[in-house]
Design a protein around this ligand. Structure first.
Ligand code: E4P
Length: 218
C-alpha cells in the first residue's frame, strides 16, 4: 500500500519523508487555507521534496475555469496530480487531462457508482472519503471494499483506489486488508501507527536491563 500524507504543512512532510513514509502528498483548499501559504509556491516546494504524486486541487467548479486552472497546476511539475471534484464538469476535465498524460485525482467520491465514473474518465486516482461517511453514520470502509471489488472485475480500469478522509489507524489497516492501492492520511494518524503498548513497555524493560550490564556499545 502506498502512503500519501494529507497536509499542507511542509515541516510535517519533510519529517515523515525522512522516515520513508511518504510516497506522495495530497492537499485540498481547506488544507491550503490552514497552511496560510501561497498555493502555487507551496505545491512547487512539496514537489521538490517528494518524488511521488502531489495532488493539487482546482478551485473552480465550472469546466472552463477548472480546465484553465489545471493548465497552471500541471505545469508546476510532471508529478503533480490535478485534483478535480466528482462532478460532470470535473470528469470532463479528468478525461482530457488523462488522455494528455497528466495524472488526475478525482476527489469527493462517496459512492461505488461515482467510482465507476472516475475510472471510465481515466482517473489515475479516485478518492473515496471514509471518515466523512462514518461521520454521517454510513460505513466508509464498506465503500472501499465495494470499489476495490468492482475495479478488480475490470482489469482495463487503471484507476487506483486512494483511501481519503482517514481518521484512525484502523481505517488504514482495514483498507490495506481490502487491497486498496493507496491511502492518504493526516500526519498524526500515520504516527499513531507506530504505537503499541507492548512496544513501549518492552523497550522500557530492555533499557532498564541494559543499564544493569554496565556496558556501552559506543
Ligand atoms: C483527500 O484528498 C482529502 O484531502 C482529505 O482526505 C479530506 O479529509 P477530511 O475529511 O479529514 O477533511
Amino acid at each position: 500500500m502506498k502512503f500519501f500524507v494529507d497536509t499542507g504543512d511542509i515541516e510535517e512532510i519533510k519529517s515523515l519523508a525522512a522516515t520513508g513514509m511518504v510516497d506522495g502528498v495530497t492537499t485540498n483548499p481547506s488544507l491550503i487555507a490552514k497552511s496560510g501559504r501561497d498555493f502555487l509556491e507551496l505545491i512547487k516546494e512539496i514537489c521538490e521534496i517528494v518524488d511521488g504524486p502531489v495532488s493539487a486541487e482546482v478551485a473552480a467548479t465550472d469546466y472552463e475555469t477548472m480546465r484553465k486552472e489545471a493548465e497552471v497546476l500541471r505545469k508546476i511539475a510532471d508529478h503533480v496530480a490535478v485534483k478535480v471534484p466528482l462532478t460532470e464538469d470535473g470528469l470532463r476535465v479528468c478525461k482530457e487531462l488523462s488522455d494528455d498524460g497528466t495524472m488526475v485525482n478525482v476527489t469527493l467520491c462517496f459512492s461505488p457508482a461515482q467510482a465507476i465514473l472516475a475510472a471510465k474518465a481515466g482517473a489515475s486516482f479516485v478518492s473515496p472519503f471514509v471518515g466523512r461517511l462514518d461521520d454521517i453514520s454510513q460505513d466508509g470502509l464498506q465503500l472501499i471494499s465495494d470499489i476495490v471489488r468492482i475495479y478488480d472485475n475490470y482489469p482495463n480500469f487503471d484507476t487506483e483506489v486512494l483511501v481519503a478522509s482517514i481518521r484512525n489507524p484502523l481505517h488504514i489497516v482495514d483498507s490495506a486488508k481490502m487491497g486498496a492501492h493507496v491511502m492518504t492520511s493526516p500526519p498524526s494518524v500515520i504516527r499513531q501507527l507506530y504505537k503499541h503498548p507492548l512496544t513501549e513497555s518492552g523497550l522500557a524493560a530492555f533499557v532498564k536491563d541494559w543499564k544493569k550490564t554496565g556496558q556501552s556499545i559506543l
